[in-house]
Ligand binder design. Structure first.
Ligand code: AMP
Ligand code: ZN
Ligand code: FE
Ligand code: FE
Length: 283
């Protein structure tokens, strides 16, 4: 593996088969332990179903596993909120998450009927099977479309059909930023804005929203991420420092659906210091 080793590093943004990652929670934790990471957070889209297995595997292998989530928000495209739960989940939080799953379940059949009209039929049973009967996301549909040769890559499936400006897109009902911030805060979690510079918004505008969201409960921003340029990283670190927010970082590891992103190191050079993890869990 190229680059510096991952000892004393963490990865606070990791997906499993509980959402659209390709490794099971146990396999992700095994991989993280083998890579030498000190801790990881499990942040599946709109579900915490993978966390118990991951935490149990972490205990066995001697790597710290922080339960988390990544919630898509009703705001500009790609506005995602990470929530970290060092003290576990509350009953209120779990029932709110069930609502998110229901929102997704409303949406998938609508996407599939648009695809059928567009000459690319995918059945609900196929989508369920691809997701392992867990949360179904657009990446699962994209994988089936690739297998059926409707498209020649996952990216083409998004560009032509599934992206927010494409032919088979269906909006999903989502929490507003204020709803999600308040929910995570009330539940004893630490809300962190995921990959802010990938949101569909100018950075000057983003800088104006951060203090507003901080008042609503935002505790941190993801300042280290696989896809940032150095300029973007510095912009976010400066923003976090100015607003006295926690800095966090992670790769957004998904396994084979994002094959260029490795756990812990992203495209090779990402290193997230363990101190970022310690501040979230209150060490
Ligand atoms: P969903 O959970 O159904 O909203 O799908 C969200 C996931 O789809 C994201 O985590 C990305 O992995 C992927 N995704 C969303 N938009 C795009 C895009 N334009 N190109 C490639 N992948 C995308
Ligand atoms: Zn994903
Ligand atoms: Fe995200
Ligand atoms: Fe993610």
């Amino acid at each position: 593996m190229p680059g510096k080793p991952l000892q004393d590093c963490v990865d606070l943004h990791v997906h499993t088969t509980a959402s659209d990652g390709s490794f099971s929670p146990a396999a992700v934790v095994e991989l993280a332990a083998r890579s030498g990471l000190a801790a990881i957070a499990i942040t599946d889209h709109d579900t915490v179903d993978g966390c118990a297995e991951a935490v149990a595997t972490g205990k066995k292998l001697g790597i710290e596993v922080l339960p988390g989530i990544e919630i898509s928000l009703d705001f500009v495209d790609n506005t995602h909120l990470l929530g970290y739960f060092p003290r576990g989940y509350t009953a209120e939080f779990l029932s709110a998450i069930a609502t998110l799953k229901a929102y997704r379940e409303e949406r998938i059949p609508k996407i599939l009927s648009k695809l059928e009209e567009l000459g690319c039929p995918v059945t609900l049973a196929e989508a369920q099977k691809e997701s392992g009967n867990d949360v179904i996301g657009r990446p699962h549909i994209a994988r089936i479309m690739l297998r059926k040769k409707y498209v020649s890559s996952i990216q083409e499936a998004f560009d032509r059909y599934l992206a927010s400006n494409a032919a088979a897109y269906v909006r999903k009902r989502k929490f507003t930023p204020e709803e999600a911030l308040s929910l995570i805060g009330r539940s004893g979690g630490v809300p962190v804005l995921a990959h802010p510079v990938t949101m569909d918004m100018e950075s000057a505008m983003l800088a104006r929203y951060i203090p507003v969201w901080k008042k609503a409960g935002l505790r941190g921003i993801e300042t280290l991420y696989s896809e940032y340029s150095i300029e973007q990283q510095l912009f976010l670190e400066d923003l976090a420092d100015r607003e006295s927010l926690l800095k966090t970082g992670g790769t957004d590891f998904h396994g084979s659906s994002k094959p260029k992103i490795a756990i812990g190191s992203g495209k090779g050079n990402l290193r997230v210091p363990k101190s970022y993890y310690d501040r979230i869990v209150g060490n």
